[in-house]
Design a protein around this ligand. Sequence first.
Ligand code: ADP
Ligand code: ZN
Ligand code: MG
Length: 480
Amino acid sequence: MKRFEPVIGLEVHVELLTETKLFCRCATAFGALPNEQVCEICLGLPGHRPLLNKKAVEYAIRAALALNCEIAEQIDFDRKNYFYCDLPKGYQISQFFNPTGTNGYVDMVVNGTARRIRIRQIHMEEDVGKLVHQGEIMGSATSRVDFNRAGIPLVEIVTQPDLRSAEEARIFLQKLRTILLYAGVSDCKMEEGSMRCDANVSLRPVGSGMLGNKTELKNMNSFRSVQRGIEHEIERQEEILEEGGHVIPETRHFDENRGLTRAMRSKFQAADYRCFPDPNIIPVIPDKDWVARIRESLPEMPDSRTARLTGLGLPPYDVEIITSDRELADFYDAACASYREAKTLSNWIMGEFVRLLNAGGMKVSESRVTPGQLAALLALVDNGVISGKSAKEVFEEMFATGKDAEAVITEKGLTQISDSGELEKIANKVIAANPAVVADFKNGKTKAIGFLVGQVMKETRGQANPQVVNKILAEKLNNC
Ligand code: ADP
Ligand code: ZN
Ligand code: MG
């Protein structure tokens, strides 16, 4: 029995998908040469004033609504003051007193158990520059700074300390990513840094309602690394507490290669930042109608989709795969509108469709096959026009060319032979050529029919409808 229970709260920074920065017109595109996308405003040169990007505010509200938050009556910005070489102005513009959204939540399922994680707040802030270290971050001799990222709009999403394991934290983060992708506010790429997660970790005696001393864990740039980093930190704190020691509140760095966390600096207190309202930025009072329009423009979100697809009779695994990607879910729904066999459709989409997309390194939106075309193909299989086996071949061709199923079937001559007249001729021929097998069948070896079906399939190069062949042969053998 464990004596201590982990308590985890996450602070997640997400880059918004605007084309320009939060307070200037510099581009936000990833991959430019260092310090190419900078200006007087984002470098904080004297005499220049920030101008708020409306699109960023819209995306922040959108994200807040997607996370079930209440929207602030007034959105304003504050200066968070500190000195660091990635911060050209000596302060970061953030929202300290009036975050865009508060009191939200994310629902998720962890190992079959429903869990609700409360969102304390979501606020906007500008990103800082990026330090490029030579060698390792700890003890690096030289660091260079690239300000392209300085001023890019972010939202920071802060959870309550509601997470209870490293795995739960990872699942939360994945769910959060899915929600934000559905909302279309960020591309949430952990590898490119457009989604970054700090994890606050503490332990407390099992059953206690108190919060223990926490550490804040940084530098985890994949979902797996978030889980591993937290696991290591929990183990480290467990050892300290088991020996009767105290956890020092501090910021720690996760060393992915060594699989351990190391102290970086003692934690700043909120008071250290001397936050105050930025006198250069006029507060925004979001219009109620505008907020209502943003809410209405959100697509059907993952939880509602999950409930609806489950209602169609799909197993949880299928539902999870299909809803994990909004485009895939849209594709499913569109195909489902004209092809009603929910499970057959999910098999095809999760199987052939996703396989071909992955093989081509493609997104759903890049597919040449439309949902309607897939639906039409599956109807042809159900009507016996082609076999399930040739359907895969047909689909591959449709995927490569964007042609309709009928066109591909005609071109390839794949129409299944269900015409019993033609099949009877072939069946007669096969029976005549295999008297020994027929005798076996007559002597009670009913399985011998399988061999004869195989021979007919061979004669027709796989194009015969096996059910029809079976029926014809059974009738002939029983009557001869
Ligand atoms: P700080 O004052 O250190 O900034 P906050 O209270 O603002 O701490 O919380 C920051 C994050 O840390 C939130 O996600 C919160 O849920 C989480 N958190 C707060 N206290 C604890 C704790 N004792 N253990 C784990 N996480 C915590
Ligand atoms: Zn700029
Ligand atoms: Mg705080």
